[in-house]
Design a protein around this ligand. Structure first.
Ligand code: NI
Ligand code: MN
Length: 227
């Protein structure tokens, strides 16, 4: 069984696992990189890392149209319920749960997480997804932190790391993160969306391959890989 990973652009991804479509941090409508419109996206599950608009912009509409189950922390889950969503599964940092397509654990992320209307979004998170015999670590919006080594010890097949700098770790810290995590393959995200996070993904991927044991692939918007 393989997993298809599509890079929508910025920090939005679509995973296809065991016949289920999982959308991570739905940001389509005002995403300058997205080549697909929110109304054309299918979803069985939505993973919500934190509350910033560039991650949650299309979550409510996508979940309402598709009936997708939204996996989020307690505070964001409650906020989504207050917006009318009923299919919400709340977890929190360090907690894992066996969903239909696989196991999802919320990881530490050093960032912030206010919701678009000013409500408190709890702690931001990343995800470790264990499914189809593979392990994927989506670091989501975060700074570099030492505990990434613990996640690496789980044996990561695919890791997605922010490299944009300014709002998250930049290329140098992301390279150190690869050295901590030692994934088989790493994909950069959260860059080239707006001028403050302009980076050269191809150059970063080359550096990863020359300075670490990991493979790296800078995917363009809409590009997909199978692992
Ligand atoms: Ni953010
Ligand atoms: Mn962000």
């Amino acid at each position: 069984m393989s997993i298809k990973f599509t890079y929508v652009g910025h920090a939005t991804y679509i995973l296809e696992i065991e016949g289920q479509t999982i959308v991570v941090d739905p940001f389509f409508t005002s995403n300058p990189l997205a080549t697909i419109k929110a109304e054309n996206v299918a979803a069985d599950v939505i993973l919500q890392s934190h509350g910033h608009f560039d991650h949650i912009e299309d979550t409510v509409a996508l979940a309402q149209r598709t009936g997708a189950k939204v996996i989020a922390n307690w505070e964001i889950g409650s906020w989504l319920q207050s917006k009318g969503l009923t299919n919400v599964h709340q977890q929190n940092i360090g907690g894992g749960f066996n969903h239909e397509f696989g196991h999802v654990k919320l990881t530490i992320a050093h960032h912030s997480s206010g919701l678009p209307d000013g409500n408190y979004g709890g702690n931001p998170a990343g995800f470790i997804i264990t499914a189809a015999g593979k392990k994927i670590y989506l670091a989501c919006d975060t700074a570099l932190f030492y505990e990434m080594q613990l996640y690496g010890e789980e044996g990561i097949d695919l890791c997605v790391l922010p490299i944009g700098d300014n709002f998250t770790m930049g290329p140098a810290d992301a390279l150190r993160a690869v050295q901590f995590i030692k994934p088989k393959l790493v994909v950069p995200c959260h860059y080239n969306t707006w001028p403050p996070i302009a980076q050269d993904g191809q150059t970063w991927a080359k550096r990863v391959e020359s300075e670490t044991e990991s493979k790296a692939e800078a995917l363009g918007p809409g590009d997909w890989i199978e692992i």
